[in-house]
Design a protein. Structure first.
Length: 310
């Protein structure tokens, strides 16, 4: 009996590995996700590096305890976003949609939801609104390099990805050529300007690059923490939310404590039971820096400029 179970497990893992190496199959489209099967000795960090997703985002999405080990064959859901997924032809791994029996071109577009007819034709070499008898259709590619970093290395202390500066005098933490923040005289509201630059955190300079003459978006949010080792020494604070695009630098302000921090959005807040009623999750080091005693269900004010205005 044990031998039979062992053979079954090895067969399942072999098929899973073969499927993962041949291509990636879309697990769900609302929201877009992949399903990864863990292999022996694989960790959440190694998986996060393969798919360009922050490990804390994977942990929260899959309901895992901090520091927990993965078992062989365990399914790990992988979120797809602009950070790690492209709907244009690229050198990355293709993501496939399995065509259902009796499906039509228009039904596939409706079922997938996040791709246009023109994109589907371009990705699959189709000349008309016909599936051409295909059993699988490419709906995008997993990026070879995440969109929001220039280069990265493993932070062995915090198990997060930290961005390298190639020339600190010319580049910011995203690898872009830095520009001088707008002077206070160019900001419409002087009091608002002084307020927005009064916070703390590693990403302050990056946030100040977003300052312009328009007023930032401002929203009172319900928040909770996600636990990570990052931020206690280097002041690198992170946010998971759907309110601002991935890669955006935001200012979080605790009105009761009169303290604010700058943080970077590393991923969306997924629709799971753990996140019901929340607008965002922020790293626990940021909460400590703002002097907040609660870990769940506290209020913050969020300030940011949408990337579409940049």
């Amino acid at each position: 009996m044990r031998r039979f179970l062992l053979i079954t497990l090895l067969t399942t893992l072999s098929l899973s590995l073969a499927a993962q190496s041949a291509g990636l199959l879309l697990h769900s489209s609302r929201p877009p996700q992949l399903a990864h099967r863990a292999v022996a000795k694989e960790t959440l960090l190694s998986i996060s590096r393969s798919y360009h997703v922050h490990p804390e985002q994977l942990r929260l999405l899959n309901g895992l305890q901090a520091g927990s080990s993965l078992r062989a064959g365990q399914r790990i859901l992988i979120p797809l976003s602009d950070t790690n997924f492209s709907k244009k032809k690229s050198k990355g791994r293709p993501v496939y949609y399995a065509v259902k029996k009796g499906a039509t071109f228009s039904k596939v577009i409706k079922e997938v939801g996040f791709i246009t007819a023109a994109q589907l034709r371009s990705l699959n070499g189709l000349t008309a609104s016909s599936l051409g008898g295909k059993k699988r259709l490419i709906v995008g590619y997993l990026r070879q390099t995440p969109r929001w970093v220039a280069s990265a290395k493993e932070d062995t202390v915090s198990n997060t990805l930290q961005v390298l500066r190639t020339d600190s005098s010319k580049q910011d933490v995203t690898g872009r050529v830095a520009t001088e923040p707008l002077a206070a005289s160019k900001i419409r509201d002087q009091a608002l300007y002084r307020f927005l630059v009064s916070g703390q955190g590693y990403f302050k300079n990056a946030f100040e690059e977003y300052l312009d003459e328009s007023d930032p978006l401002q929203q009172l949010v319900k928040a909770a923490v996600f636990k990570t080792q990052s931020g206690f020494l280097d002041q690198k604070y992170y946010v998971i939310t759907n309110l601002a695009p991935v890669g955006t630098y935001v200012y979080l302000y605790a009105d009761a404590q009169s303290r604010g921090v700058y943080a970077k959005v590393i991923g969306p807040l997924h629709d799971i039971r753990l996140n019901q009623g929340l607008d965002l999750r922020v790293s626990n080091a940021a909460v400590l820096a703002m002097g907040i005693g609660e870990l769940e269900n506290f209020s913050l004010t969020l300030y940011y400029w949408p990337s579409s205005n940049r």
